[in-house]
Design a protein around this ligand. Structure first.
Ligand code: 8YV
Length: 327
């Protein structure tokens, strides 16, 4: 009996490829660069499943060109690279990797907050450039973290993890805004108080973005929102590029309308807005919030388990559009 064929569209741990080879004919694109759309379509011919990352766009054109595709397993919790209605209409299941990356990503949100507030990378560049010849009382003096007000926009699992770290670890006053308010129990558990978006912008000393990307969150933080923030505030984006208007942010950073920003995600990544590369008061990282060895392995395993479970037993573990399978 011929085994089902799948495409792994990005380099993945060898042990996960081995696991997949126990069940499938595996075509593994192990190159460092992603497949351009036309090549992705070509490689998907004859494949019933695909393991993707957030950078492979699964849209109607791709689905129409790959009618045999039944499941796309994203190695990411975010799935804004999926056109979910188009997938559901064609009965293609999508899966993501929730939970396994929550605490690791919250850790990184805090790492970026700390690095940004305390000017860690800016001061390291100064040291490496051999400029440390004297001392001044305000040399790389940054913003206080402990005891300050932490604002969180988007209060899912990762947002709650960041809130717990802020409230319980750093004695911060935590405020949040979200489409829906948490239950009183969850609010108490993570020490956070619900506020409207205007109050969040006005009160936060450190504003962390952890909301999913969609048409309604596009440029949720632009020039008008930045203008409502404190001039001493920092802005941290570990959510998705496009939630922040990067061009407007670069202007605001240059003009010191806010103190600093920490960005792990960018509009049009891996390309970064050139103006962000020239302002000193921004910490830039290449979308690594979930990148610990253990967590990336757990994400890859969960994506692989979704493929195995669905294609061999008809049941996925973490589907994002179970409605695709409704009779
Ligand atoms: C991924 C992420 O590493 O899970 C997500 O949504 O943004 C990251 O953890 C990235 O999308 C690659 O798939």
């Amino acid at each position: 009996m011929t085994r089902p064929a799948i495409l792994v569209a990005r380099p993945v741990f060898p042990q996960v490829i081995e696991l997949l080879r126990q069940h499938f004919e595996v075509d593994h694109h192990a190159g460092d660069n992603g497949l351009p759309p036309a090549e992705l379509i070509a490689r998907l011919q004859g494949k019933v499943g695909a393991l993707t990352t957030g950078s492979e766009r699964i849209d109607a054109a791709l689905l129409d060109a790959c009618p045999q595709l039944r499941i796309v397993a994203n190695m990411a919790v975010g799935f804004n690279n999926f056109d979910v209605p188009a997938m559901s209409a064609r009965r293609v299941l999508g899966t993501n990797t929730p939970d396994v990356l929550t605490e690791t990503t919250a850790d990184f949100g805090f790492a970026l907050l700390m690095a940004t507030a305390r000017r860690v990378t800016e001061s390291e560049h100064f040291l490496r450039a051999g400029l440390w010849t004297q001392w001044r009382y305000d040399m790389f003096a940054g913003a206080e973290v402990h005891g300050s007000t932490l604002g969180i926009l988007g209060m899912g699992r990762i947002g709650q993890g960041i809130a717990r770290r802020g409230a319980h670890g750093f004695g911060m006053k935590v405020i949040y805004h979200n489409r829906s308010r948490l239950s009183p129990e969850l609010e108490a558990g993570c020490g956070a108080r619900y506020v409207d978006k205007a109050e969040l912008l006005a009160q936060a000393d450190h504003l962390v973005l952890v909301l999913p990307y969609s048409a309604s969150s596009h440029h949720a933080i632009g020039a008008a929102e930045i203008a409502q923030m404190k001039p001493t505030a920092t802005l941290i984006n570990i959510a998705r590029g496009g939630i922040v208007d990067d061009a407007a942010l670069a202007v605001a950073l240059r003009e010191r309308r806010i103190a600093a920003a920490g960005l792990d995600v960018f509009e049009g990544e891996p390309t970064v807005h050139p103006d962000l590369l020239t302002v000193p008061n921004v910490v830039l990282t290449p979308h690594i919030a979930s990148a610990t060895v253990a967590t990336r392995l757990a994400m890859a395993r969960l994506a692989a388990d979704n493929l195995v479970s669905y294609l061999t037993r008809g049941q996925a573990l973490t589907p994002v559009n179970p409605q695709a399978l409704a009779p």
